[in-house]
Design a protein around this ligand. Structure first.
Ligand code: ZN
Length: 355
Protein backbone atom coordinates (compact mmCIF):
# COMPACT_ATOMS: atom_id res chain seq x y z
CA UNK A 1 0.00 0.00 0.00
CA UNK A 2 2.72 2.31 1.02
CA UNK A 3 4.70 1.41 -2.07
CA UNK A 4 1.71 2.11 -4.27
CA UNK A 5 1.36 5.61 -2.72
CA UNK A 6 5.09 6.19 -3.22
CA UNK A 7 4.79 5.21 -6.85
CA UNK A 8 1.75 7.45 -7.34
CA UNK A 9 3.56 10.33 -5.67
CA UNK A 10 6.58 9.75 -7.87
CA UNK A 11 4.41 9.57 -10.97
CA UNK A 12 2.56 12.72 -9.94
CA UNK A 13 5.85 14.50 -9.32
CA UNK A 14 7.12 13.32 -12.66
CA UNK A 15 3.94 14.58 -14.37
CA UNK A 16 4.24 17.98 -12.70
CA UNK A 17 7.87 18.17 -13.73
CA UNK A 18 7.00 17.30 -17.31
CA UNK A 19 4.18 19.85 -17.29
CA UNK A 20 6.50 22.54 -16.01
CA UNK A 21 9.14 21.62 -18.54
CA UNK A 22 6.68 21.71 -21.42
CA UNK A 23 5.21 25.03 -20.24
CA UNK A 24 8.71 26.42 -19.99
CA UNK A 25 9.57 25.32 -23.46
CA UNK A 26 6.32 26.72 -24.82
CA UNK A 27 6.80 30.02 -23.02
CA UNK A 28 10.41 30.38 -24.10
CA UNK A 29 9.44 29.32 -27.59
CA UNK A 30 6.71 31.88 -27.64
CA UNK A 31 9.09 34.51 -26.39
CA UNK A 32 11.62 33.60 -29.00
CA UNK A 33 8.92 33.78 -31.68
CA UNK A 34 7.74 37.07 -30.29
CA UNK A 35 11.24 38.51 -30.47
CA UNK A 36 11.60 37.29 -34.02
CA UNK A 37 8.25 38.87 -34.93
CA UNK A 38 9.27 42.14 -33.35
CA UNK A 39 12.52 42.01 -35.25
CA UNK A 40 10.57 41.39 -38.45
CA UNK A 41 8.31 44.37 -37.75
CA UNK A 42 11.37 46.58 -37.21
CA UNK A 43 12.86 45.44 -40.51
CA UNK A 44 9.58 46.12 -42.31
CA UNK A 45 9.36 49.56 -40.78
CA UNK A 46 12.88 50.40 -41.94
CA UNK A 47 12.01 49.16 -45.38
CA UNK A 48 8.88 51.29 -45.43
CA UNK A 49 10.82 54.39 -44.46
CA UNK A 50 13.38 53.62 -47.14
CA UNK A 51 10.68 53.09 -49.76
CA UNK A 52 9.02 56.33 -48.73
CA UNK A 53 12.33 58.13 -48.91
CA UNK A 54 12.93 56.82 -52.40
CA UNK A 55 9.41 57.69 -53.47
CA UNK A 56 9.63 61.25 -52.21
CA UNK A 57 13.08 61.70 -53.63
CA UNK A 58 14.72 62.58 -50.34
CA UNK A 59 18.35 61.70 -50.24
CA UNK A 60 18.29 59.52 -47.15
CA UNK A 61 15.84 57.82 -44.86
CA UNK A 62 14.88 60.01 -42.01
CA UNK A 63 13.41 59.11 -38.71
CA UNK A 64 10.58 61.30 -37.53
CA UNK A 65 12.05 64.18 -35.60
CA UNK A 66 10.57 65.69 -32.55
CA UNK A 67 9.57 69.27 -33.14
CA UNK A 68 11.55 71.62 -31.01
CA UNK A 69 10.13 75.04 -30.25
CA UNK A 70 11.63 77.64 -32.66
CA UNK A 71 13.05 80.76 -31.19
CA UNK A 72 10.89 83.58 -32.57
CA UNK A 73 12.94 86.29 -34.25
CA UNK A 74 12.20 88.38 -37.39
CA UNK A 75 13.88 86.93 -40.51
CA UNK A 76 16.06 89.19 -42.63
CA UNK A 77 14.33 90.08 -45.90
CA UNK A 78 16.18 88.77 -48.92
CA UNK A 79 15.58 87.82 -52.54
CA UNK A 80 14.98 84.13 -53.22
CA UNK A 81 14.55 84.71 -56.96
CA UNK A 82 16.11 87.58 -58.90
CA UNK A 83 17.83 88.46 -62.17
CA UNK A 84 20.32 91.16 -63.08
CA UNK A 85 19.31 91.43 -66.73
CA UNK A 86 16.11 90.83 -68.69
CA UNK A 87 15.56 91.22 -72.41
CA UNK A 88 12.94 93.79 -73.44
CA UNK A 89 9.60 92.12 -74.03
CA UNK A 90 10.35 89.34 -71.52
CA UNK A 91 9.30 89.02 -67.89
CA UNK A 92 10.59 87.30 -64.76
CA UNK A 93 8.99 86.86 -61.34
CA UNK A 94 11.14 88.09 -58.48
CA UNK A 95 10.61 86.53 -55.05
CA UNK A 96 11.55 87.28 -51.43
CA UNK A 97 11.64 85.02 -48.38
CA UNK A 98 8.84 86.83 -46.53
CA UNK A 99 5.11 87.11 -47.24
CA UNK A 100 3.28 90.28 -48.19
CA UNK A 101 6.00 92.16 -50.07
CA UNK A 102 5.17 95.47 -51.73
CA UNK A 103 7.04 95.83 -55.06
CA UNK A 104 8.31 98.93 -56.80
CA UNK A 105 10.26 99.77 -59.97
CA UNK A 106 12.12 103.09 -59.96
CA UNK A 107 11.71 103.55 -63.73
CA UNK A 108 8.43 102.09 -64.94
CA UNK A 109 9.23 103.07 -68.54
CA UNK A 110 12.15 100.61 -68.39
CA UNK A 111 10.35 97.83 -66.50
CA UNK A 112 7.16 97.50 -64.49
CA UNK A 113 6.61 95.19 -61.54
CA UNK A 114 3.26 93.70 -60.55
CA UNK A 115 1.98 93.15 -57.00
CA UNK A 116 3.30 89.58 -57.06
CA UNK A 117 6.82 90.56 -58.11
CA UNK A 118 6.54 89.85 -61.84
CA UNK A 119 8.96 92.20 -63.60
CA UNK A 120 8.10 93.01 -67.23
CA UNK A 121 10.99 94.52 -69.20
CA UNK A 122 9.88 97.29 -71.57
CA UNK A 123 12.82 99.21 -72.98
CA UNK A 124 16.59 99.40 -72.79
CA UNK A 125 17.90 100.97 -69.58
CA UNK A 126 18.31 100.37 -65.88
CA UNK A 127 15.73 100.35 -63.09
CA UNK A 128 15.81 99.53 -59.39
CA UNK A 129 13.42 96.81 -58.25
CA UNK A 130 12.56 97.11 -54.56
CA UNK A 131 10.60 94.75 -52.30
CA UNK A 132 9.36 96.06 -48.96
CA UNK A 133 7.98 93.98 -46.08
CA UNK A 134 7.16 95.99 -42.96
CA UNK A 135 10.21 98.09 -42.14
CA UNK A 136 12.60 96.00 -44.28
CA UNK A 137 13.48 96.63 -47.92
CA UNK A 138 15.73 94.91 -50.42
CA UNK A 139 16.53 96.18 -53.88
CA UNK A 140 18.48 95.29 -56.99
CA UNK A 141 19.28 97.35 -60.06
CA UNK A 142 18.43 95.44 -63.20
CA UNK A 143 19.45 96.01 -66.79
CA UNK A 144 16.95 95.70 -69.63
CA UNK A 145 18.67 94.46 -72.76
CA UNK A 146 17.43 95.23 -76.31
CA UNK A 147 15.35 92.63 -78.09
CA UNK A 148 17.19 93.53 -81.32
CA UNK A 149 19.53 96.25 -82.55
CA UNK A 150 18.27 98.26 -85.52
CA UNK A 151 20.48 100.33 -87.80
CA UNK A 152 18.88 103.42 -89.31
CA UNK A 153 20.53 105.39 -92.07
CA UNK A 154 18.98 108.79 -92.68
CA UNK A 155 19.88 109.17 -96.36
CA UNK A 156 22.15 111.97 -97.58
CA UNK A 157 23.57 114.94 -95.66
CA UNK A 158 23.64 118.72 -96.02
CA UNK A 159 26.47 118.68 -98.57
CA UNK A 160 27.10 115.94 -101.11
CA UNK A 161 30.54 114.34 -101.30
CA UNK A 162 31.36 113.79 -104.95
CA UNK A 163 34.58 111.81 -104.47
CA UNK A 164 34.41 108.16 -105.39
CA UNK A 165 34.30 104.83 -103.57
CA UNK A 166 33.82 101.21 -104.71
CA UNK A 167 30.16 100.15 -105.08
CA UNK A 168 30.86 96.89 -103.27
CA UNK A 169 33.64 94.88 -101.62
CA UNK A 170 36.38 94.11 -104.14
CA UNK A 171 34.69 96.09 -106.88
CA UNK A 172 36.64 98.20 -109.37
CA UNK A 173 33.40 100.01 -110.21
CA UNK A 174 33.01 103.24 -108.23
CA UNK A 175 30.26 105.72 -107.38
CA UNK A 176 30.18 109.09 -105.64
CA UNK A 177 30.33 108.83 -101.86
CA UNK A 178 27.08 110.67 -101.08
CA UNK A 179 24.75 112.30 -103.56
CA UNK A 180 22.79 115.47 -102.87
CA UNK A 181 19.37 113.86 -102.89
CA UNK A 182 16.12 115.37 -104.06
CA UNK A 183 13.93 118.04 -102.47
CA UNK A 184 10.28 118.91 -102.03
CA UNK A 185 8.97 120.59 -105.15
CA UNK A 186 6.02 122.01 -103.20
CA UNK A 187 7.44 122.36 -99.67
CA UNK A 188 11.04 123.13 -100.61
CA UNK A 189 12.28 120.77 -97.88
CA UNK A 190 15.46 118.87 -98.85
CA UNK A 191 15.51 115.07 -98.74
CA UNK A 192 18.26 114.99 -96.10
CA UNK A 193 15.98 116.93 -93.71
CA UNK A 194 13.00 114.64 -94.28
CA UNK A 195 15.09 111.46 -93.84
CA UNK A 196 16.55 112.64 -90.51
CA UNK A 197 13.13 113.77 -89.25
CA UNK A 198 11.70 110.31 -89.88
CA UNK A 199 14.86 108.60 -88.58
CA UNK A 200 14.56 110.41 -85.24
CA UNK A 201 10.86 109.59 -84.91
CA UNK A 202 11.49 105.98 -85.88
CA UNK A 203 14.31 105.73 -83.34
CA UNK A 204 12.04 106.96 -80.53
CA UNK A 205 9.29 104.49 -81.44
CA UNK A 206 11.70 101.55 -81.72
CA UNK A 207 13.33 102.36 -78.39
CA UNK A 208 9.91 102.51 -76.75
CA UNK A 209 9.29 99.04 -78.14
CA UNK A 210 12.46 97.61 -76.59
CA UNK A 211 14.89 97.88 -79.50
CA UNK A 212 18.30 99.52 -79.46
CA UNK A 213 18.94 101.85 -82.36
CA UNK A 214 22.18 102.81 -84.09
CA UNK A 215 21.98 105.92 -86.28
CA UNK A 216 24.48 106.65 -89.04
CA UNK A 217 23.92 110.35 -88.39
CA UNK A 218 21.95 112.58 -86.01
CA UNK A 219 22.67 115.92 -87.69
CA UNK A 220 22.98 117.35 -91.19
CA UNK A 221 26.55 118.61 -91.10
CA UNK A 222 28.37 115.32 -91.46
CA UNK A 223 30.46 113.71 -94.13
CA UNK A 224 29.80 109.98 -94.11
CA UNK A 225 29.93 108.00 -97.33
CA UNK A 226 27.40 105.29 -98.15
CA UNK A 227 30.08 102.64 -97.66
CA UNK A 228 30.97 104.09 -94.25
CA UNK A 229 27.31 104.11 -93.25
CA UNK A 230 26.99 100.43 -94.08
CA UNK A 231 30.18 99.55 -92.18
CA UNK A 232 28.95 101.43 -89.11
CA UNK A 233 25.66 99.54 -89.04
CA UNK A 234 27.39 96.21 -89.72
CA UNK A 235 29.24 96.48 -86.40
CA UNK A 236 26.44 95.42 -84.09
CA UNK A 237 23.04 95.79 -85.77
CA UNK A 238 20.73 92.92 -86.67
CA UNK A 239 19.24 94.76 -89.67
CA UNK A 240 19.76 98.02 -91.55
CA UNK A 241 16.97 100.32 -92.74
CA UNK A 242 17.91 103.04 -95.18
CA UNK A 243 15.54 106.02 -95.41
CA UNK A 244 15.18 107.90 -98.69
CA UNK A 245 12.56 109.73 -100.73
CA UNK A 246 12.07 109.69 -104.49
CA UNK A 247 12.21 112.42 -107.08
CA UNK A 248 11.18 112.42 -110.73
CA UNK A 249 10.84 114.84 -113.60
CA UNK A 250 7.16 114.07 -113.81
CA UNK A 251 5.19 115.50 -110.90
CA UNK A 252 2.61 112.76 -111.30
CA UNK A 253 5.01 110.01 -110.18
CA UNK A 254 4.06 109.10 -106.63
CA UNK A 255 4.03 106.43 -103.96
CA UNK A 256 6.39 104.38 -101.84
CA UNK A 257 8.67 101.52 -102.84
CA UNK A 258 11.48 99.35 -101.47
CA UNK A 259 14.92 98.62 -102.93
CA UNK A 260 16.74 95.44 -101.93
CA UNK A 261 19.66 93.31 -103.20
CA UNK A 262 18.78 90.52 -105.62
CA UNK A 263 19.86 86.90 -105.62
CA UNK A 264 22.16 87.86 -108.51
CA UNK A 265 23.87 90.63 -106.51
CA UNK A 266 27.68 90.18 -106.86
CA UNK A 267 28.33 91.18 -103.22
CA UNK A 268 25.39 90.35 -101.00
CA UNK A 269 23.31 87.73 -102.79
CA UNK A 270 23.31 85.85 -99.48
CA UNK A 271 21.29 88.68 -97.92
CA UNK A 272 18.70 88.82 -100.69
CA UNK A 273 15.98 86.61 -99.20
CA UNK A 274 16.02 88.23 -95.77
CA UNK A 275 16.32 91.70 -97.25
CA UNK A 276 13.33 91.01 -99.49
CA UNK A 277 11.31 89.78 -96.54
CA UNK A 278 12.26 92.86 -94.52
CA UNK A 279 11.34 95.08 -97.47
CA UNK A 280 7.96 93.40 -97.90
CA UNK A 281 7.10 93.70 -94.20
CA UNK A 282 8.10 97.35 -94.05
CA UNK A 283 6.22 98.24 -97.23
CA UNK A 284 3.01 96.47 -96.16
CA UNK A 285 3.02 98.15 -92.74
CA UNK A 286 4.03 101.52 -94.18
CA UNK A 287 1.20 101.55 -96.74
CA UNK A 288 -1.32 100.43 -94.13
CA UNK A 289 -0.18 103.07 -91.66
CA UNK A 290 0.12 106.04 -94.01
CA UNK A 291 -2.41 105.55 -96.74
CA UNK A 292 0.26 106.55 -99.26
CA UNK A 293 0.15 104.65 -102.53
CA UNK A 294 2.51 101.92 -103.71
CA UNK A 295 4.75 102.77 -106.61
CA UNK A 296 4.44 100.10 -109.29
CA UNK A 297 5.22 96.62 -107.98
CA UNK A 298 6.46 98.07 -104.67
CA UNK A 299 9.56 95.86 -104.33
CA UNK A 300 12.54 96.40 -106.64
CA UNK A 301 15.88 94.63 -106.89
CA UNK A 302 18.81 97.05 -107.00
CA UNK A 303 22.38 95.81 -107.16
CA UNK A 304 24.03 99.19 -107.75
CA UNK A 305 23.55 100.74 -104.30
CA UNK A 306 26.84 101.19 -102.43
CA UNK A 307 25.18 101.43 -98.99
CA UNK A 308 23.41 98.14 -99.61
CA UNK A 309 26.30 96.28 -101.24
CA UNK A 310 28.63 96.89 -98.29
CA UNK A 311 26.11 95.52 -95.83
CA UNK A 312 26.65 92.27 -93.96
CA UNK A 313 23.16 92.30 -92.41
CA UNK A 314 19.69 92.20 -94.02
CA UNK A 315 19.15 95.62 -95.53
CA UNK A 316 16.11 97.43 -96.92
CA UNK A 317 15.95 100.87 -98.51
CA UNK A 318 12.59 102.61 -98.40
CA UNK A 319 11.68 105.32 -100.85
CA UNK A 320 9.05 106.88 -98.60
CA UNK A 321 7.26 108.85 -101.29
CA UNK A 322 7.88 111.31 -104.12
CA UNK A 323 9.08 114.75 -103.05
CA UNK A 324 8.35 115.87 -106.59
CA UNK A 325 4.68 114.99 -106.21
CA UNK A 326 2.60 117.68 -104.51
CA UNK A 327 0.38 115.33 -102.56
CA UNK A 328 3.21 113.03 -101.34
CA UNK A 329 5.48 116.00 -100.56
CA UNK A 330 2.83 117.85 -98.57
CA UNK A 331 1.78 114.72 -96.68
CA UNK A 332 5.39 113.90 -95.74
CA UNK A 333 5.75 117.32 -94.10
CA UNK A 334 2.69 117.02 -91.85
CA UNK A 335 3.12 116.01 -88.23
CA UNK A 336 0.47 113.30 -88.51
CA UNK A 337 2.00 112.05 -91.76
CA UNK A 338 5.49 111.74 -90.28
CA UNK A 339 4.13 109.94 -87.23
CA UNK A 340 2.28 107.47 -89.45
CA UNK A 341 5.38 106.97 -91.63
CA UNK A 342 7.64 106.22 -88.64
CA UNK A 343 5.05 103.95 -87.02
CA UNK A 344 4.51 102.10 -90.28
CA UNK A 345 8.23 101.36 -90.64
CA UNK A 346 8.44 100.29 -86.98
CA UNK A 347 5.46 97.99 -87.45
CA UNK A 348 7.22 96.42 -90.42
CA UNK A 349 10.34 95.80 -88.33
CA UNK A 350 8.18 94.18 -85.63
CA UNK A 351 6.55 92.02 -88.29
CA UNK A 352 9.92 91.01 -89.74
CA UNK A 353 11.10 89.72 -86.37
CA UNK A 354 7.68 88.27 -85.50
CA UNK A 355 6.99 90.49 -82.47
ZN1 ZN B 1 17.89 109.51 -101.57
Amino acid sequence: MRDKRKILTAVAAALVAICLLVTGIVISGYREGDAKAADQIKKSAKMAVKVKAEATGTEEATTPSIETPVEVQPATLEFTAKKKAIKAGKSYTFKVNLEGAVWKSSKTAVATVSSNGKVSAKKVGKTKITATVGTQSVSITIKVKPKKIIGIDAGHQRRANLSMEPVGPGSSQTKIKVSGGTSGRTTGVPEYVLTLDIAKKLKAILEDRGYQVVMTRTKHDVDISNKERALKLNEKCNIAVRLHADGADSSSAKGASMLYPGTDNPYVANLSAKSKKLSQKILDSYLASTGLSKRGQGLYVRNDLTGTNWSTIPVALIEMGFMTNASDDTYMQTKAGQKAMAEGIANGIDAYFGY
